[in-house]
Design a protein around this ligand. Structure first.
Ligand SMILES: [Mg+2]
Length: 278
């Protein structure tokens, strides 16, 4: 990479976690540890961007030795370590040593929306806010600990759908009309604000541009359809192969290169990204 040769050319790597930087089954990141250290030596930030919550992200970030901003709950909030840039971005608030930007909606607003919507249309779902951890365990097969983690979200509400597909489509259309977003996860339908991983990536990129003007080469890595918004805003989209399905499809364009890994998970991450830095 030409980072050392010119000071106005910057690389930024934005990455999903589960199935991408972390192994789908074991959550291991051993395969990428050496490469992450080399990226640090090259002063290339790796931005973690996933559906996880702030607390989950802080733990993983500590484990990975990552000191850069991160994006939580599918683009809902951007956490920047206080002092990371010379100035706090406009509109950022302080929280636990971070400057926080919130393109998404607060969960309280989402729960108020659900309350209004359910009065008119019923609630054919188990909403986590109204369920006990025990009920979530019974309904999902999650461990009690996972169920607790799933309940402590700040910008989204997971719904275990119990109605028909038609009811679900109508629910999603009403949410869209109300300026909200629904996202199909593996097991849950997530209700969140009008944001996605890609839009939050662009907002953070603007913070970098403001602090360090120059040309940015954005590399994004993900393994799922809900990573496509993030992959689509990158100059180099790295699609990581997974064990259960075909990799999501994204077209190459004049300005976007697409790499599909041969290996799965973190091995695929290393295989795809290492040649860019060496
Ligand atoms: Mg993933």
């Amino acid at each position: 990479m030409a980072q050392e040769e010119t000071h106005d050319k910057h690389w930024l790597i934005v990455s999903d976690l589960d199935g991408t930087l972390l192994d789908h089954f074991t959550y291991s990141h051993t395969a990428v540890d050496g490469l992450l250290r080399r990226l640090d030596d090259h002063d290339i930030p790796v931005i973690l961007n996933s559906s996880k919550t702030r607390d989950e992200m802080i733990e993983i970030r500590r484990e990975l030795g990552n000191r850069h901003p991160f994006i939580v709950e599918n683009g809902s909030a951007i956490f920047i370590p206080a002092g990371y840039f010379p100035q706090a971005p406009d509109g950022a608030r302080d929280e636990a040593g971070f400057w926080v930007l919130e393109p998404g909606a607060h969960r309280k607003a989402l729960l108020e929306y659900l309350d209004r919507d359910s009065r008119a249309h019923g609630a054919p779902y188990l909403g986590f806010a109204n369920a006990t951890p025990g009920q979530i365990v019974d309904a999902t097969g999650l461990s009690l600990e996972q169920a607790e983690a799933a309940r402590t979200r700040h910008y989204s509400e997971p719904l275990l759908w119990r109605g028909t597909d038609k009811e679900k489509q109508a629910f999603c259309a009403r949410a869209r009309d109300a300026g909200l977003t629904t996202l199909e996860g593996g097991r849950f339908l997530h209700l969140l604000g009008d944001t996605d991983k890609g839009r939050a990536t662009l907002q953070l990129l603007e913070c970098y541009r403001h602090a360090r003007p120059g040309d940015y080469m954005v590399v994004a890595a993900g393994d799922s359809p809900n990573d496509l918004d993030m992959l689509a805003v990158a100059d180099i989209a790295v699609i990581i192969r997974g064990p259960h399905r075909q990799p999501p499809q994204l077209e190459e364009t004049g300005s976007r290169r697409v790499i599909i890994s041969q290996q799965e998970g973190p091995e695929g991450w290393r295989e795809s990204i290492a040649p860019l830095v060496e």
